[in-house]
Design a protein around this ligand. Structure first.
Ligand SMILES: [Fe+2]
Length: 219
């Protein structure tokens, strides 16, 4: 059985990461309130050029399929004293099969439990989707309640990334962040990959849409 997440040390080129960080810091200074962007590969295709050549083999093995595509690329900025990210499973809103999609997280500086790195619950990749409630946190529509998290009997991992390190998590992994407790802004990119044969679960999608409507009313 595959793990739902793992560390990928020294995967990315440091010089490319430094230059892309400088680029995004400059680019997004115009939007000081905004901390999350989706589909940045559309407006900034340079983000695709930093992908290392050996990533294809890693993804093919993990997804057990060489026919996959990039679904989206997200940019997250966490300013000092940023809000925490509540526990959630990405597949609550992606609504597809647990083994057909995963995310590669690439920090653009050192990243650890003190400056906003994610805490991953150490489940296998097929862990079921737990009930989610609408969240009051902007950018994060839904979360798993503490009463449900506390029932779980798994360890939790938070990686300490040096520049160039990355990690992956399958979309059923449960993760959260306690926020950026340092005095420096942190940035990370998330690439979402999806196999071409992945199917949407219509019932799950309907559940998510109800939750998203409630979230929109709460924020
Ligand atoms: Fe997530």
């Amino acid at each position: 059985m595959k793990k739902s997440h793992a560390f990928l040390p020294r995967l990315f080129d440091n010089k490319l990461l430094i230059s892309i960080r400088e680029y995004f810091v400059k680019e997004y200074k115009k939007f000081p309130e905004k901390t999350y962007w989706k589909d940045i590969h559309v407006s900034h295709p340079s983000v695709l050029k930093i992908l290392p050549s050996n990533l294809d083999e890693i993804l093919t093995n993990l997804l057990n399929n060489d026919k996959y595509e990039i679904e989206t690329v997200e940019l997250h900025i966490q300013n000092p004293n940023s809000e925490s990210i509540p526990p959630h499973q990405d597949n609550f809103y992606h609504c597809t099969e647990f083994d057909k999609s995963l995310k590669i997280l690439v920090p653009l500086q050192e990243f650890n439990n003190n400056n906003g790195a994610l805490f991953y619950i150490d489940t296998d990749y097929d862990f079921p989707i737990l009930p989610h409630k609408p969240s009051k946190t902007p950018n994060f529509s839904s979360y798993i309640e503490e009463k449900d998290i506390s029932k779980l009997n798994f360890s939790t991992t938070c990686y300490s990334y040096k520049l160039g390190d990355a990690s992956y998590h399958f979309i059923n992994n449960i993760h959260y962040s306690i926020g950026n407790k340092s005095s420096f802004q942190t940035i990370f990119i998330v690439y979402r990959f999806l196999t071409k044969d992945a199917k949407k679960d219509k019932i799950a999608l309907c559940n998510y849409k109800k939750c998203l409507d409630s979230h929109s009313r709460l924020i």
